[in-house]
Design a protein around this ligand. Structure first.
Ligand code: FPP
Length: 247
């Protein structure tokens, strides 16, 4: 198949989730401070959002600050918070103009109130857009999200609106942070690490995982297309039989 600028993807993943890893190593390899890797990571994020829109991906979830990232030195935590603040302040209008709807998953209560307000503002401003949905996982951990869902379910049972026997997998899905977002078809992790690190553990049950060696600041449209091609070569069976052999 000849390569073209916009590949004729026959099975474009509807939802791509990305673990943007390797900012620190990118910076270290160049003798730069870690924050420079994160700054260049924001540029890679802008490129990726644009490319995802053009390719026809409907949902993209990015792991931008994990619940475990608080254990980093206070200086780096502050820099990451500053980058999120600046990303929303500088990029929100442009994202809105290009039809992007922004959603946020993760625990909000521990966040600086100003960041909390910016996240609400971004979701409110873009809520009627029908282009790409950008899900920002911020102060996010999947075990924490599943625990929150368990608490919401327990409250319903305590109130008497649900019995224990009525709890199904759908009940759990409906109590997660963004129940209307479909599960990711493809999860990409950059930097060569091969693990999920507490990212979308419930939603990734049948996701295809693609690990790429590129450090996140170097990620671009070509790297995204390569990961999508790898996804397209996988056969998703969801526990059933292959389409051709299942007789
Ligand atoms: C992992 O690299 C990346 C992060 C912990 C943060 C991801 C953040 C960005 C891409 C920029 C911020 C974006 C927004 C929207 C706030 P690492 O630091 O773990 O890299 P290393 O494993 O090489 O040290």
């Amino acid at each position: 198949m000849p390569h073209s600028a916009v590949p004729p993807f026959e099975r474009t993943p509807r939802h791509v989730a990305i673990i943007m890893d390797g900012n620190g190593r990118w910076a270290a390899a160049r003798g730069l401070p870690r924050v420079e890797g994160h700054r260049r990571g924001v540029e890679a994020l802008r490129r990726t959002i644009r490319a995802a829109s053009e390719i026809g991906i409907k949902f993209i979830t990015i792991f931008s600050f994990s619940a475990e990232n608080w254990s980093r030195p206070a200086k780096e935590v502050g820099e990451l918070m500053g980058l999120l603040r600046r990303f929303i302040r500088n990029d929100l209008a442009e994202l809105h103009r290009s039809g992007v709807r922004m959603r946020v998953i993760g625990e909000r209560v521990q966040l600086d109130p100003e960041i909390g307000r910016l996240l609400v503002e971004a979701e409110e401003l873009t809520k009627s857009n029908d282009g790409l949905t950008l899900v920002v996982a911020f102060n996010y951990g999947a075990r924490q999200e599943i625990t929150r869902a368990a608490q919401r379910i327990a409250e319903k049972v305590a109130k008497g609106s649900l019995t224990a026997a009525e709890i199904t997998m759908e009940t759990v899905s409906e109590c997660l942070d963004a129940p209307d977002i479909p599960d990711p078809d493809l999860i990409i992790r950059t930097s060569g690490e091969q693990r999920l690190s507490n990212f979308l553990l419930w939603q990734s049950a049948y996701s295809e995982l693609v690990f790429v060696p590129t450090y996140w600041p170097d990620f671009d449209r070509a790297a995204l297309e390569t990961a999508i091609r790898e996804y397209q070569q996988r056969e998703r069976r969801f526990g059933g039989l292959a389409a051709k052999t299942g007789s």
